[in-house]
Design a protein around this ligand. Structure first.
Ligand SMILES: NC(=O)c1ccc[n+]([C@@H]2O[C@H](COP(=O)([O-])OP(=O)(O)OC[C@H]3O[C@@H](n4cnc5c(N)ncnc54)[C@H](OP(=O)(O)O)[C@@H]3O)[C@@H](O)[C@H]2O)c1
Length: 309
């Protein structure tokens, strides 16, 4: 099958579409014929070698953590899903890839709602799981005032909507050109960077109850001040979190939190009700994946970058 791979670490130029053996669904897994899959910044870090000590890979490596497609193999012990069903889901996170390909084996999944296109569903699962895990950790619910740092990106756009659907009041930081976009997702927008505390206090005079950092831009000291305590802050992206007493949530590796798999069905239900969508920044074929990686590496994609087969 065709797959997006790399056989040496390096720039986006090392990416190549190659012919690799098809994977098959073992116990507890399903295989899908992929219609679209996601590109996350971690894929770029795996490819560049930035994660080579943290997460050594056997090269060549097939990229991609999540996908949507049509089920064509159902492993032993799997119930509730049949060949032909349309689903979206996440590969086994320990394998660190495999979704940017013609066929992918999923470890967690939910039925794809008609309200999400293939591209939207293909880029949904990883970010939905991540946002749900972080919002659960922060106990975000009705009445919570939540600040999301980096609200216009892949995870941020999803987190804003899921938090608003829980009944939270959401403030989201983004570049000024993305403020209308963030407001449309359900957050009061403001700009990140110097003066953040004053701007947030103007929007939330009684203060914020919780902060989700989706940017990892080094603002944790300010975010902790705003929340009043490091345990009211969760980051998905700041590798220096521990220095500030802040929890960095991740779903793989040492110190991982359990995956919030139920989030996929919750997001699918919200999509059916017209209360959740996946803003797609851009879609590229896997043959054009180098351009997709370069866009991700700008750090300013507006929503999710998706790859089609
Ligand atoms: N721990 C986990 O489980 C997990 C899971 C998924 C992702 N991640 C990590 O989380 C991070 C975000 O992922 P993503 O997919 O959402 O990335 P993304 O789609 O590239 O989004 C990045 C967003 O960050 C915003 N941004 C850039 N500079 C900023 C700054 N100084 N302050 C605040 N926001 C800023 C940008 O908004 P503007 O364009 O408006 O500037 C952009 O929309 C990445 O580091 C990724 O590796 C972690």
């Amino acid at each position: 099958m065709r797959a997006l791979t790399f056989s040496e670490y390096g720039s986006a130029n090392v990416l190549e579409v190659t012919d690799v053996p098809e994977p098959h669904a073992g116990p507890g897994r399903i295989r899908v014929a992929v219609r679209a899959s996601g590109l996350t910044p971690a894929d770029c870090h795996l490819r560049s070698g930035r994660f080579r000590d943290l997460a050594p890979l056997r090269l060549p490596h097939t990229l991609g953590m999540d996908a949507a497609g049509v089920v064509d193999e159902v492993g032993a012990e799997v119930t509730g899903v049949r060949p032909g069903d349309e689903v979206f889901g996440i590969v086994d996170v320990a394998e660190l890839g495999g979704a940017n390909a013609e066929f992918a084996v999923l470890a967690v999944w939910a039925p794809k709602p008609d309200a999400l296109s293939w591209e939207q569903a293909g880029g949904a699962a990883g970010n939905v799981e991540t946002a749900t895990r972080a919002l659960d950790r922060l106990k975000v619910g009705t009445g919570t005032t939540l600040l999301i740092e980096g609200a216009a990106g892949g995870v941020g756009t999803v987190a804003v909507q899921l938090a608003a659907a829980r009944g939270a009041t959401v403030i989201g930081t983004a570049g000024a050109h993305n403020h209308a976009f963030v407001a449309g997702l359900g957050a009061a927008p403001t700009t990140y960077g110097p003066g953040l505390a004053e701007r947030v206090t103007a929007l939330a005079p009684d203060g914020v109850d919780a902060v989700l950092d989706c940017a990892g831009s080094g603002s944790l000291p300010d975010l902790v001040d705003l929340a009043g305590s490091p345990d009211r802050v969760v980051t998905i992206a700041d590798m220096n979190a521990a220095k500030h007493g802040v929890h960095r949530t991740r779903s793989a590796g040492p110190g991982a939190d359990p995956q919030a798999v139920e989030g996929l069905a919750v997001a699918a239900d919200l999509a059916r009700q017209g209360r959740f969508t996946v803003p797609v920044a851009a879609a590229f074929t896997i043959e054009n994946a180098a351009a997709a990686h370069r866009l991700s590496e700008t750090g300013h994609a507006k929503g999710k970058i998706v790859l089609t087969i």
